[in-house]
Ligand binder design. Structure first.
Ligand code: ADP
Ligand code: 5GP
Length: 266
């Protein structure tokens, strides 16, 4: 049976760089599925209907609410935003991981219904920088900027309730941290720290991993992952994941995953 995809919520104050970081992430992880929200707000210059959002009139939005077509929806600084349910479920059924760029009320609604959802919060390197980015984007009036900054103060206080915190100082670093957070949800075993491996080196194998169900016996085979059946890539990951103090792994595996020859990372 094919693995079902996971849902990842990405939240953060307006202007922190969520769209920018997500765009760069999707360039690298083409297997991820972006959930296109419906909104009643007007498109900004450069925004395309059906790509960035489904821009719909308020009447249409309320009809969708009444017909229970949203996984969640919320009002944000004078406009409505909602996640159409059917596309998210279809993508997950197809085994794809889904990314939702949504604010915190919507995030809470989804987590109440689907507690396994992973939440990633993107924070600015400083308050001054957040103000600068929101203003420099040049898409909102001063009044809207002030409302969004007010909202940001509340949102930043909820960051600690998220599963992962990513500081968007440079886009490159933020993307690396996002990828790291996504990988960790796959490779983390209950009660075990995730090995500090070179995640970039396993990018090529991520699609393969998404398409196979990893049987428990592969995860449990600590000493010798079942060489006859487990794909080589998974054997490597399992061996690295399950390593314990004093274990030895083939040098080639350690080098591949950025582990120093002969020593375990702390
Ligand atoms: P959000 O989607 O969170 O509202 P945007 O992605 O629209 O934010 O980014 C807001 C502004 O900040 C844009 O002008 C974008 O180019 C800029 N920006 C995003 N990330 C960075 C960064 N790491 N460093 C400097 N500017 C950034
Ligand atoms: P913007 O107008 O800047 O594109 O988005 C404003 C806020 O709405 C952002 O915090 C964004 O994450 C959030 N948002 C976008 N789509 C949705 C959605 O479908 N549901 C919810 N709850 N929030 C959304």
């Amino acid at each position: 049976m094919q693995r079902r995809g996971k849902t990842f919520i990405v939240s953060g104050p307006s202007g922190v760089g969520k769209s920018t970081v997500l765009k760069a992430l999707f360039d690298q992880r083409t297997d991820l599925y972006f959930s296109i929200s419906a909104t009643t707000r007007d498109p900004r210059p450069g925004e395309v209907d059906g790509v960035h959002y489904h821009f719909i009139p308020a009447e249409e939005f309320h009809r969708m609410v009444e017909e229970d077509e949203f996984l969640e929806y919320a009002e944000y600084v004078g406009n409505f935003y909602g996640t159409p349910k059917k596309y998210v479920d279809r993508a997950m059924d197809d085994g794809r991981d889904v990314i939702l760029d949504i604010e915190i009320q919507g995030a809470n609604q989804i987590c109440a219904k689907r507690p396994e959802t992973v939440r990633i919060f993107i924070a600015p390197p400083s308050w001054v920088e957040l103000e600068r980015r929101l203003t420099a984007r040049g898409t909102d009036s001063q009044e809207v900027i002030q409302s969004r900054l007010l909202r940001a103060k509340v949102e930043l206080q909820t960051a600690s309730s998220y599963d992962y915190l990513v500081i968007n100082d440079t886009v490159e670093q933020a993307v690396a941290e996002m990828k790291d957070a996504i990988y960790k949800t796959y490779y983390k075993k209950k009660g075990q720290a995730v090995v500090d491996m070179n995640y970039a080196s396993i990018d090529h194998g991520i699609n393969e991993l998404h398409q196979v169900e990893i049987p428990e016996r592969w995860l449990d085979a600590r000493d010798e992952p079942q060489a006859d059946t487990a794909p080589a890539f998974i054997q490597d990951v399992v061996a690295v994941m399950n390593r314990q103090e004093g274990d030895s792994l083939p040098v080639s595996t350690m080098v591949k995953y950025g582990l120093e020859d002969g020593t375990w990372p702390a």
